[in-house]
Design a protein around this ligand. Sequence first.
Ligand code: ZN
Length: 466
Amino acid sequence: LIWIICTGRLPKSFPGFTMTPKPLNDCVICNGTILTLDPAFTVIPKGFITVDDHRITQIAELADDTVIPPARKVIDAEGGIIMPGLVNTHGHLPMALFRGLADDLPLDAWLNECIFPAEAAHIKPDTVAVGTALSVAEMLLSGTTCCCDGYFLEDHQAETVAETGIRAVLGQGVIDFPAPGVADPKENVAHAAAFVDRWRSRTPLIAPSIFCHSPYTCSAETLRAAKAAADDRGALFQIHAAETQSERSRCIAQHQRTPIHYLDDLGVLDTRTLIAHAVWVDDADIQILARSGARVSHNPESNMKLACGIAPVADMLNAGIRVGLGTDGCASNNNLDLFQEMDTAAKLHKVCALDPTVTDAPSVLKMATIHGAECLGLAHETGSLEPGKQADIIIIDTHRPRLTPMFSPVSQLVYAATGADVRHVLVAGRVLVENQCLTTIDLPGLAARLQPIGKRIMALFARGAF
Ligand SMILES: [Zn+2]
């Protein structure tokens, strides 16, 4: 009794007496078709999932005589699809502020004449936080429970992300010229390393990372140092590479190697390296990627919009490369809906190969879930529904004309569903979207904060400042 009074807690056991485990689960989700995305690709036509202490504790069939375990919260999927939350392996959260600001331009002009000047003028701690909240709101509402970001002023993204409850890999940007928050490029790697140190133990939902912008904006010395700093901290090393034909040509002219070959020779490719894009890769590059174990984030809509080209995804998959799906930043997509990205990815490679059998629906669904989680080094926690894993779960409302009739849930998810069909979203067992409403983000308040920022960006644009 004295122990209880002093600590305010019940002891786990007394001599000769053990406390019974707590009788209630935190949550049970029932009455839906469960797509587990586990190694056997198990589908349970009608089942339930229990969640306790942030994790999935049970997945089982729901028969007429099944007694559903008691829980503090019961979510009725109403015959919908219960599946892992989607994993967006590449993006730039604050760029939601620049959605639609500059379209229909080649990458070089888009970056140098629009995006870089807009960022220089408008990327500040408060705008980064607002843009991040906007992106997270859009992702959660469309079923993404884990995202991967690379940008500047990353502490402010991290603070905002932590408030929203989404799971994220957050990469502090590294680039060899003055950037928001890093006036002296000589400090860029140390700055990124300090970010990782600050956030590595802050919350289990955020994995800090180091994000080098590209092989053409970072020197060999910077790339090696950034990779070493990431390795020392067990962090993911991210980089855009082989995105455009001109990048490849310039790299060959300057280094006598393709971008992938160049990065390999620098020693920065391994299983904790994530290459965003990998569009202009040849057979030798694919062999390098496969041998090194480097992961690839495939961003088909961004690559299409900027006319970068078509990544040879079918060849990469055949070579055993782990490929995840990403949207890239809002300004080059222009949305963060991974359902649309799945549809695009599946169809793009069919028409490219003139072969409708490539990138089939199950492969693409894996890219958006478990394989995406593998790309981020998080497959032990998320990307599939399995007992012991974190409860990152979404529920799809299948009572929609576009999802009827339901011959194949996988087909419907890849080719017919959109993010608007997501009804509930849980991350680590916490309900972040309930009946299509955000529980941790105040949307009207966010809109009010966005309005003056949007006006400032438009005023600069109208003056022809970029
Ligand atoms: Zn990008």
